[in-house]
Design a protein around this ligand. Structure first.
Ligand SMILES: Cc1cc2nc3c(=O)[nH]c(=O)nc-3n(C[C@H](O)[C@H](O)[C@H](O)COP(=O)(O)OP(=O)(O)OC[C@H]3O[C@@H](n4cnc5c(N)ncnc54)[C@H](O)[C@@H]3O)c2cc1C
Length: 487
């Protein structure tokens, strides 16, 4: 067998066509692999000097045009669009560095509840949702891979229902007006209509509701994630495990039109610390995408972002940090039926159906004072008992008999400034681009955000959706782009 491999490798000028394996996959870079393998075998043959056959395949390449930090849904989406929009196949080398390939500790994508809604308070978020729904509906036109099963997102088009009290009814109404102008199919419902449509709801305290008639519901986050991951690999994106711990930059001093002295920086090298090792691998690159989710504030700091005098552009931090959120799964045979939408109640409690077996999942974001310790992912069971369950029962009396089946926690990539995304380049670290900070709606918006970042990198402007209100500058200017409709 070894002889055969060696012989194959020695065949001069064998075209690098890719060979079919017995399972039907392809082996690319055959010549390079055989040559590596040959070297390892040769150093073990009798009479040769002994050398350990070190395996270096786990090391990322020394150069890549783009390095994406974070292999969650946003990092993968940026990788996908960069490859999809490249001028010719293989024109851009894209490397995704992810510190945890089990996605069990830091990633927000796994614990997500998979909701997608059009009912946002910021018009660009409505546009992102509309873009996403089109992407999700045609998922296999984007993510199909030869010889692999089709992606099944298990989409539940059950709609989302937002409830408002007397105090918030006017805001709900004006949001719905804006959503409709953007093209979303949303209707307003009076308490009486609500009672007729969903007889299991107690309408006490509800002054008005809005309901998405199309393009809303939930899907399996993991299926989208796996589909994107498989697709980008098939497009030639390299995925490597390691933690980005340092940037090597060059800088030059500039004066702004207002006379402020600023330092412009450019990242030349990303240093990747290999897991379970003190080894660092330098990767030279032209562009860095900060898609490190809840940890993107820390990654920005590594590049010197926010390290300057307070009140200056240089001293303005990326205000994204991890915030722990619980999800509770319960069983309730007496609960509402298959028509149950994703319900967001007045007090912030939300729930939706999970599958067809009288299971539901939901939760509630804590207040600022109640924010749990984000250093671990332990679940505080009293939170459900004291803060979630009483509200659930008030709104859906049949939930009185529910039995909690399981709970989990995950991190929101929480933007403390205005709970909205940060997209596009940093004004001073000129080749770092952000795709982060979506504070609980990053999963559903991933397709559009990835495209927007790729447009900015490749074409220097947002083309499909104008995402300029999401630029980093707003933190320095103090211009909030507050998104109110997050769970
Ligand atoms: C409980 C919960 C429910 C949610 N529900 C919804 C919902 O219904 N709908 C919705 O749209 N969104 C929802 N979200 C939000 C959504 O899941 C996130 O916005 C989205 O997953 C963010 O994706 P991401 O790729 O930015 O982050 P992540 O998935 O967290 O990926 C970032 C990755 O970066 C890696 N990383 C960090 N630092 C480094 C480093 N220095 N080097 C290398 N790698 C690094 C991390 O390991 C991580 O895997 C929910 C989130 C939670 C926690």
């Amino acid at each position: 067998m070894f002889r055969r491999v060696l012989r194959l490798g020695l065949t001069p000028g064998r075209p690098n066509r890719g060979l079919r394996t017995r399972r039907g996959g392809f082996i690319l870079d055959w010549d390079a692999k055989v040559s590596d393998f040959k070297k390892k075998i040769e150093c073990m043959l009798p009479g040769k000097q002994w050398g350990m056959p070190y395996d270096t395949s786990y090391l990322p390449p020394k150069q890549s045009d783009v390095v994406i930090i974070g292999g969650g849904i946003l990092g993968l989406s940026v990788a996908f669009w960069l490859k999809k929009m490249e001028s010719s196949r293989g024109a851009i080398r894209v490397l995704v560095v992810e510190q945890d390939h089990t996605y069990s500790r830091a990633s927000s994508t796994g614990p997500s509840v998979g909701g997608i809604w059009q009912q946002f308070s910021v018009p660009e978020n409505v546009q992102l949702s509309l873009f996403s729904i089109n992407f999700l509906r045609n998922i296999n036109e984007y993510l199909a891979v030869v010889d692999a099963p089709l992606v099944d997102l298990q989409f539940n088009p059950s709609g989302c229902l937002l409830l408002a009290s007397e105090k918030n009814a006017a805001t709900l109404e004006s949001n719905v007006k804006m959503q409709r102008q953007e093209g979303a199919k949303v209707c307003l419902i009076s308490p009486e209509q609500l009672q007729n449509k969903f007889p299991w709801i107690n309408i006490e305290g509800v002054a008005l509701a809005s309901y998405g008639m199309e393009d809303e519901g939930w899907f399996d986050a993991w299926s989208l994630f796996q589909g994107l991951r498989r697709k980008v690999q098939s497009m030639g994106v390299l995925l490597y495990q390691g933690e980005v711990t340092r940037f090597i930059t060059s800088s030059r001093q500039m004066e702004t039109t207002s006379g402020e002295q600023v330092v412009l920086r450019r990242i030349h090298e990303v240093q990747v610390k290999m897991n379970n090792s003190l080894e660092y691998q330098p990767v030279e690159c032209a562009v860095v995408i900060n898609a490190a989710g809840a940890w993107s504030g820390q990654v920005a700091e590594l590049a010197g972002i926010g390290k300057g005098l307070p009140g200056t552009l240089q001293g303005t931090k990326l205000p994204v940090e991890p915030r722990k959120r619980y999800v509770h799964l319960w069983h309730c045979p007496q609960g509402p039926g298959l028509e149950t939408p994703l319900v967001a109640d007045i007090n912030g409690v939300y729930f939706r159906r999970e599958g067809l077996g009288s299971n539901y999942l939901g939760g509630c974001s804590p207040t600022e004072e109640e924010e749990p310790d984000p250093t671990n992912l332990e679940v505080d069971h009293d939170f459900f008992q004291n803060k979630v369950w009483p509200h659930l029962v008030q709104r859906v009396p049949s939930f009185k008999t529910l039995k909690v089946q399981s709970n989990w926690a995950g991190y929101y990539d929480y933007n403390t400034f205005d709970q909205n995304g940060v997209v596009g380049p940093h004004p001073l670290v000129v080749n770092m681009y952000f795709a982060t900070g979506f504070s609980g709606h990053g999963l559903q918006h991933a397709p559009g955000i990835g495209r927007a970042v790729a447009e900015m990198v490749l074409e220097g402007q947002f083309k499909t959706i104008d995402m300029s209100p999401f630029l980093f500058n707003r933190f320095y200017l103090g211009e909030k782009l507050q998104e109110y409709n997050i769970l």
